[in-house]
Design a protein around this ligand. Sequence first.
Ligand code: NAP
Length: 246
Amino acid sequence: MTTQQQRAAIVTGGSRGIGAAIARRLAQDGIAVAINYATGKAAADALVEEIQAAGGRALAVQADLADPTTAVQLFDAAENAFGKIDILINNAGVMELAPLAEMSDQAFARQISVNLESVFRSLREAARRLRDGGRIVNFSSSVVGLYQPTYSVYAATKAAVEAMTHVLAKELGSRRITVNAVAPGPVETRLFLDGKSEQQVRAIAAMNPFGRLGQPDEIAGIVAFLASHDSGWINGQIIRANGGVF
Ligand code: NAP
């Protein structure tokens, strides 16, 4: 495959966790990847080096997506490096858990800002700038459907992302761009583990039929399929990747 024919992707929040596994996997699949991060420069740079050492093309792009101006800058940087972009993986996210009665305005605003507003702005750039035949993969969560206590605001942001996924899939169909979302159950990353006791982690892991947590690579494989040419007839779908918890 020549450089001109190589597809290019933006992975938001690609410095660690699920996003890093996705960036690594897309690069293995021959896709050039722009790896966005907010604070994790060292991790993002190390991942770029790893991908380049394996013969792939990658670029780290610092952009705090809570800032309304950065989605445009992220797309500009990726296009400058790789030409037109084919794939957007809207992975960046934050989670702050508390009973609704105790949820602060600040925690509410941060989750709305990163999980919803930034996803909207990245989707808007993608809708305007993605190459025809492209792929968009959003991130929901299996807490949409489970609706457990303490997840009110986080689940609300992800339910809104699911709504945008369904609508945008219909809006972009004439350009053969698919828009889907992956909704993982608990995956062993900092987002899930931070603030939980070992006992809480064990109890949550026991909720699915396999009795374990998901791993970032397992989510990356699903995203890689949705980003591939083979997934072209899957559109406007929410893929619940949770080991069968419901
Ligand atoms: P993680 O390990 O905490 O990683 C989050 C990533 O998002 C990091 O690369 C972080 O970058 C980036 N990020 C956070 N805020 C950002 C911002 N304002 N601008 C740009 N990047 C930002 O999380 P994860 O578990 O991999 O989660 C990835 C996605 O899966 C999220 O959308 C999450 O809601 C969803 N999800 C996760 C689980 C789970 O159990 N882990 C389950 C369901 C859904 P920096 O390090 O540079 O700050």
